[in-house]
Design a protein around this ligand. Structure first.
Ligand SMILES: Nc1ncnc2c1ncn2[C@@H]1O[C@H](COP(=O)(O)OP(=O)(O)OP(=O)(O)O)[C@@H](O)[C@H]1O
Length: 239
């Protein structure tokens, strides 16, 4: 994935750039920045949903899996966990457009992989926030993505719920041949897993290895949603 002098924005409105940035296979990138700095815009440009206003964004053979912000989905009902995972297999449906036994088995395996074995027939709307997040991750994994993109996957989860989702992302990163891109506000736990950090600020992206970006002070003094983000990790302010 390569951004070459890419200017990001909506319509004529420039949000960030020009950005030069590369993401290798199997990296784990965390995208950080205060509200409204363009994190979603950056990721939408990466996904190809939003064209850059100038410059280019190239993806080499990249298949994307996308996990949207859970609270922005009204309710995926009345679908069960298994059906949510099956939705991720829709692009591979044959001409008769129904799921065969193999597809169902594949969806069951995904449901187990994300830790929801036993809940496959449970309606999505009856799950806890963390379980819903897992179901959405199963759906995104169904396409065997080269890049799995997650938009604030731990928002509104309690500390154990957040830890459990990050553990799952760590396992996916270790065991699957894909890169992860995670937009996140609470950085401390996720930076332990990340290989790369990108911080959007004032229309620029400062990106590199986590250590490089922290040492450069990219997070210094950045106050966001009750967390003070500092070099060396995030410190909860108790808000
Ligand atoms: N579809 C759109 N059309 C025009 N402007 C938009 C659109 N979507 C977002 N914006 C604007 O782009 C800017 C960056 O928004 P974006 O959602 O990318 O920021 P963000 O860093 O992800 O914010 P947050 O942390 O609040 O999710 C904001 O000023 C926003 O109002």
């Amino acid at each position: 994935m390569r951004f070459r002098s890419a200017v990001l924005g909506h319509g004529r409105r420039r949000i960030a750039g020009p950005i030069d940035f590369e993401l290798g296979a199997r990296e784990f990138l965390v995208v950080a920045g205060a509200n409204g700095t363009g994190k979603s815009t950056f990721v939408r440009t990466m996904l190809g949903v939003l064209p850059p206003l100038a410059g280019s964004v190239e993806a080499k053979a990249a298949r994307f899996g996308y996990v949207p912000q859970r609270e922005r989905l009204d309710e995926i009902w009345p679908f069960s966990v298994l059906e949510i995972a099956l939705m991720g297999l829709i692009p591979g449906l044959g001409p008769f457009r129904f799921f065969d036994k193999a597809a169902r088995r594949r969806a069951e395996t995904l449901v187990e992989e994300v830790g929801l074995g036993g809940l496959a027939s449970r309606p999505f709307r009856d799950l806890s926030g963390g379980q819903q997040q897992r179901a959405l991750i199963a759906r995104a994994l169904a396409s065997e993505p080269d890049v799995l993109v997650l938009d604030e996957p731990t928002n509104h989860l309690d500390v154990p719920g957040e830890r459990a989702i990050f553990e799952l992302l760590g396992t996916i990163h270790r065991e699957r041949p894909c890169a992860l891109v995670v937009i996140c506000h609470h950085l401390e736990p996720v930076l332990r897993l990340a290989t790369r950090l990108g911080v959007l600020r004032g229309g620029a992206l400062q990106a590199g290895s986590v250590d490089e970006v922290l040492r450069a002070g990219a997070l210094e003094g950045l106050v966001d949603d009750g967390f003070t983000l500092r070099a060396g990790g995030a410190r909860e302010t108790g808000a």
